[in-house]
Write a protein that binds this ligand. Structure first.
Ligand SMILES: [Zn+2]
Length: 243
């Protein structure tokens, strides 16, 4: 069995304590609620961006449709004005004037239909512009929400990192001068056993796995010399005995 000074074995528990606190801080760092909030906000921002691109294109199409409808109405109106002027001048045969009269009637109906098209296009444009404005407003709100959550996240990270630096120093101080082989064994076991490589023996219970040791194992551990590095038979962790 490996040996290491009993005092070093007991100091291992301080190292273990610092390592666990560091592990908790790293876990807190990774699971800050702001991370999930930012992910959700980014997804909503991406959806809104798509919405704005689509609505922007729709507004462009509808603006062109309104312009075209206006032009169509204007050209019918121009032609009707020209026909009216000719009719009012009374020039030409009765048959010509009759033809002008019927063309004016056709043009009036055509103008009315085109004006309906123009009004409909304008209404649709207004609706699309409204939707675009609302999406833009929502996107602006999300942008400022993102900035707020980022600031909260950064503040939390700063605090955690300061705590981590402190724990790191405490760990270094606790580990300073501990038997190198013992520390290496502890680190290896810590890696294998979810962050806990050394545990105290409390009565007949290993505080690493919380199992009660059987009488035979317990007797062997108690009989071992103080510098003998004893291990829990159940979990394999270094079992640190009281002085
Ligand atoms: Zn154990």
């Amino acid at each position: 069995m490996a040996t290491a000074p009993a005092a070093d074995q007991r100091r291992l528990l301080d190292v273990q304590d610092a390592d666990l606190r560091a592990q908790q801080l790293r876990h807190r760092r990774e699971t800050l609620p702001e991370h999930a909030q930012l992910e959700e906000l980014a997804a909503r921002a991406a959806d809104l961006h798509e919405e704005r691109v689509a609505r922007g294109a729709e507004v462009g199409d509808l603006k062109r449709a309104v312009t075209k409808a206006e032009d169509d109405v204007q050209s019918v109106r121009t032609r009707a004005e020209r026909d009216s002027a000719r009719l009012n001048a009374g020039q030409g045969s009765a048959k010509d004037l009759q033809a002008l009269q019927s063309e004016l009637e056709v043009l009036a109906r055509r103008q009315s239909d085109l004006e309906d098209v123009e009004i409909e296009a304008m209404e649709r444009l207004e609706g699309a512009e409204g939707t675009l404005a609302s999406a833009t407003e929502q996107a602006d709100a999300i942008t400022s929400q993102i900035a707020e959550v980022e600031a909260a996240r950064d503040a939390a990270l700063k605090e955690i990192d300061a705590d981590l630096a402190k724990v790191h120093d405490e760990r270094a101080a606790a580990a300073d001068g501990i038997d190198a082989a013992l520390l290496a064994l502890y680190d290896k076991l810590r890696e294998q056993h979810g962050g806990v490589g050394a545990a105290a023996l409390q009565g007949s219970t290993c505080l690493g796995c919380h199992m009660t040791l059987n009488a035979g194992d317990l007797a062997a551990i108690r009989a071992a010399g103080p510098d003998t590095v004893t291990r829990c038979e159940e979990c394999g962790r270094i079992l640190v005995r009281n002085a």
